[in-house]
Design a binder for this molecule. Structure first.
Ligand SMILES: Nc1ncnc2c1ncn2[C@@H]1O[C@H](COP(=O)(O)OP(=O)(O)OP(=O)(O)O)[C@@H](O)[C@H]1O
Length: 312
């Protein structure tokens, strides 16, 4: 697959800042990939998105998008990009229709050329009844939808979305993710998005880049990240209080890690959960009903993310 994005030894330090917001990162993204940028507040996700779309200049290092420099835009790189920024850059005193028309004009198209595509997008994001309203009077979620439509008036090859689902209701989120899925499947669009919603990232991104303090601490398929943290967990609930020491001893025998332990509930993570549970069952074999329930579940990306960023 050809490269959609390549960043090399990239550094961004804002004027007057004490440290680097992006601190020497290198990575490549293949065309058609769907990449989630994760990281705690202030990790540098928005700064990286701004560097990728060329609205801010790197302090050092290089950014290439389809081989071109998005900041100088010498080879027209920006034509292949669409961006949904975290904050809304529309004119709040104009109608939705005029805001969309401005986006169309910025992309060098006439309204006549864009109207068919805009109509489809407006229907898809359920904005038909808002077209003549002044943007100022829209709800936060409606403004977000307008932003998404504005960013998509031209089909992009790389779509950058900074926390796109903030403010969207469940239907709006579903429509957004369906649309993004189609852009990828039918047009091979590369997606890079930030979100604090791990479920969204887990469901929609094949690759995850975790940032912390401006550095990449992990760049891997999300399955690899969750597998690194034990893969599966088990929660055993007891009908009555049990001694923590004996539970610790049984867990130790099977090499599983205790995630939480109180008097009637234990949660463990590890490779030999079946062995652990079967020892538990034998241990309490003579006391019918002593174990109330046993539930297995995969370690979520959220859980893995918390442990990864704490460890880093
Ligand atoms: N214009 C700016 N001037 C100075 N410092 C900035 C500017 N923009 C961001 N920063 C700093 O750069 C660092 C990274 O900020 P950034 O917005 O990229 O983080 P983020 O990962 O997107 O955070 P969040 O999850 O809170 O949106 C932070 O320390 C922030 O204070």
């Amino acid at each position: 697959m050809p490269e959609a994005v390549a960043v090399s030894q990239l550094v961004k330090r804002y004027r007057g800042a004490a440290g680097n917001s992006i601190d020497d990162i290198s990575a490549t993204l293949e065309e058609g990939q769907s990449v989630g940028l994760l990281g705690p507040n202030g990790a540098g996700k928005t700064t990286l998105v701004k560097l990728l779309c060329g609205v801010t200049r790197p302090t050092s290092g290089t950014v290439r998008v389809f081989g071109g420099d998005p900041f100088t835009d010498a080879s027209g790189t920006k034509r292949s990009l669409a961006v949904v920024h975290q904050s809304s850059p529309m004119d709040m005193m104009l109608s939705v229709r005029d805001n969309i028309k401005i986006a169309v004009a910025f992309r060098g198209l006439t309204w006549r050329q864009a109207r068919g595509r805009v109509t489809e997008l407006v229907d898809e994001f359920n904005l038909g009844s808002c077209m003549d309203k002044v943007a100022f009077t829209l709800s936060g979620g409606q403004q977000r939808r307008v932003q998404i439509v504005r960013s998509l008036v031209v089909a992009p090859r790389l779509f950058l979305l900074d926390e796109p689902s903030i403010g969207l209701d469940p239907t709006g989120r579903r429509r957004l993710w369906d649309h993004l899925g189609r852009l990828r499947a039918e047009h091979g669009v590369t997606l890079v998005l930030t979100s604090h919603n791990m479920d969204e990232i887990e469901q929609n991104c094949s690759q995850v880049i975790v940032l912390k303090e401006g550095r990449i601490i992990r760049n891997a398929p999300h399955g690899d990240i969750t597998a690194e943290f034990g893969g599966t967990s088990a929660v055993v609930t007891f009908a009555e209080e049990v001694g923590p020491d004996e539970l610790r001893e049984i867990a130790g025998t099977h090499g599983v890690a205790l995630k939480s332990l109180d008097r009637i509930r234990i949660e463990v993570i590890g490779d030999d959960l079946e062995g652990f549970v079967s020892t538990l069952l034998k241990y309490w074999a003579g006391r019918a009903g002593a174990i109330r329930s046993i539930a297995f579940s995969c370690v979520s990306l959220e859980e893995a993310f918390i442990r990864l960023t704490e460890r880093a």
